[in-house]
Design a binder for this molecule. Structure first.
Ligand SMILES: *[C@@H]1O[C@H](CO)[C@@H](O)[C@H](O)[C@H]1NC(C)=O
Ligand SMILES: *[C@@H]1O[C@H](CO)[C@@H](O)[C@H](O)[C@H]1NC(C)=O
Ligand SMILES: *[C@@H]1O[C@H](CO)[C@@H](O)[C@H](O)[C@H]1NC(C)=O
Ligand SMILES: *[C@@H]1O[C@H](CO)[C@@H](O)[C@H](O)[C@H]1NC(C)=O
Ligand SMILES: *[C@@H]1O[C@H](CO)[C@@H](O)[C@H](O)[C@H]1NC(C)=O
Ligand SMILES: *[C@@H]1O[C@H](CO)[C@@H](O)[C@H](O)[C@H]1NC(C)=O
Length: 363
């Protein structure tokens, strides 16, 4: 259009005409200014875009943080619940006695803390059933059942609860590769479980001074009169035990004035030649010697003796019970290892393919 227009001016001064028109609008000096402003415009535009992008990504970030906050809050609540649950399982209030408090202060008799280590084997349910029904007739007894395992099994918990006893269900796993001192494996069964129970008593009954602690294995046989004997213990009570230590009975020998003068027992040279079932101790003694516990580092057959040594006792401290050790109220009975077909034992050990009725027979 311009060119046509310029030509129409006559063709003589087409360039000059153009220059004239152009010159009025155009100045070389403008160029850098135009460039400068275009540049500013571009810069401004890209800054805007950048900010827009930044804003978007911040929004995303905020949303993500909000989400994380929710997740973490949920996790905190979950952990708090878990902490409360763990705390509760250790609280004596959860002991069951048809809703009754576990220590009846108005009750005359001092409480008996009855400690039973137990492990998974085919006769476990049978042994514990027999024991639970014995304990049912004993007033003011707290049964501390300690499973050998990494956790408390749900089946076991339901089973123990079903007896309506005052009890607490704990667990402690026996280490598999423990070094024992001159001792066969069997010599040191129950070490960690008994210690777990002692820890529980010391923690939750720290201010309880009245009461006795007894180590009651699940396959022994107990006459209810044994428990009556325990209530009068001042420091440590002792009594005969039937069929133990290759003898019909092991017993402290008591003279006519009621003093223990010897022991009829396996290896009477031990400081305290007594079986686990042959003594009970005052709970106060447990608190006075907080380091006293069972150990893998003792010779076979010395668990009881070493434990009593740690309680700073002498033989003179032993109080003969059961009519000056003239009655037998407890027997060291042993449940025979049942003979099972290899396939049955396998089923039991793997806890697989058990029929419903088989499942009810074991724990
Ligand atoms: C656990 O229980 C004790 C009292 O039995 C209480 O003082 C403590 O605050 C509890 N801890 C938690 C985490 O609930
Ligand atoms: C506590 O013991 C007393 C006396 O033996 C008895 O009368 C009372 O019913 C018991 N209370 C509970 C809650 O067990
Ligand atoms: C245990 O010791 C305490 C404190 O010395 C005492 O009050 C109690 O009568 C003793 N015996 C029993 C069985 O609690
Ligand atoms: C009790 O018997 C022992 C040993 O037979 C004797 O040493 C002690 O003097 C007697 N004590 C009493 C109070 O009779
Ligand atoms: C134990 O023997 C002493 C001394 O003979 C006697 O005083 C006491 O009554 C006896 N205890 C029991 C429960 O028989
Ligand atoms: C052990 O018992 C004796 C006598 O009862 C006492 O004198 C001593 O202080 C006790 N030792 C410890 C470590 O408590």
């Amino acid at each position: 259009m311009y060119v046509v227009g310029i030509r129409s001016l006559g063709g003589k001064f087409p360039i000059a005409g153009f220059k004239a028109i152009w010159g009025t609008f155009f100045n070389w000096k403008i160029i850098p200014i135009v460039f400068f402003f275009s540049y500013l415009l571009l810069l401004f535009r890209s800054t805007l875009e950048e900010q827009e992008e930044k804003k978007e990504s911040l929004k995303v970030h905020v949303a993500r943080l909000k989400h994380m906050k929710n997740v973490l809050q949920e996790e905190v609540r979950r952990l708090e619940r878990e902490a409360r649950r763990l705390n509760e399982t250790l609280r004596p209030e959860i002991l069951f006695n048809h809703g009754q408090p576990i220590l009846n202060e108005s009750d005359d008799v001092p409480p008996i803390f009855f400690i039973t280590p137990t492990r998974y084997h085919p006769a476990q349910k049978a042994d514990l059933t027999r024991l639970a029904q014995t304990l049912k007739v004993v007033p003011n007894l707290i049964w501390i059942v300690v499973e050998d395992g990494d956790r408390e099994s749900v089946r076991f918990a339901a089973f123990i609860q079903s007896f309506g006893l005052q009890y607490i269900h704990l667990h402690a796993r026996t280490p598999t590769n423990v070094k024992t001192k001159n001792a066969g494996w069997k010599g040191h069964r129950g070490v960690v479980q008994r210690n777990q129970a002692l820890f529980w008593i010391r923690t939750h009954f720290a201010s309880t001074t009245r009461g006795v602690v007894y180590f009651g294995d699940d396959d022994n046989t107990y006459d209810w009169r044994l428990f009556r004997e325990m209530r009068t213990i001042e420091k440590v009570g002792v009594w005969p035990v039937g069929i133990v230590g290759m003898k019909l009975v092991e017993t402290p020998v008591v003279n006519e004035n009621g003093t223990i003068i010897a022991f009829h027992a396996w290896n009477p040279r031990r400081s305290f030649p007594v079986d686990m079932a042959a003594f009970a101790i005052n709970i106060s003694l447990l608190h006075s010697y907080p380091a006293a516990k069972f150990s893998f580092d003792v010779s076979a057959g010395y668990q009881e003796s070493e434990f009593l040594v740690k309680l700073n006792l002498t033989r003179q401290d032993l109080e003969p019970k059961a009519a000056n050790c003239s009655e037998v109220y407890v027997w060291h009975t042993k449940t025979q290892k049942p003979s099972l077909h290899a396939s049955e034992r396998r089923k039991f050990e793997l806890q697989e393919d058990l029929s419903e009725i088989e499942g009810r027979s074991v724990l």
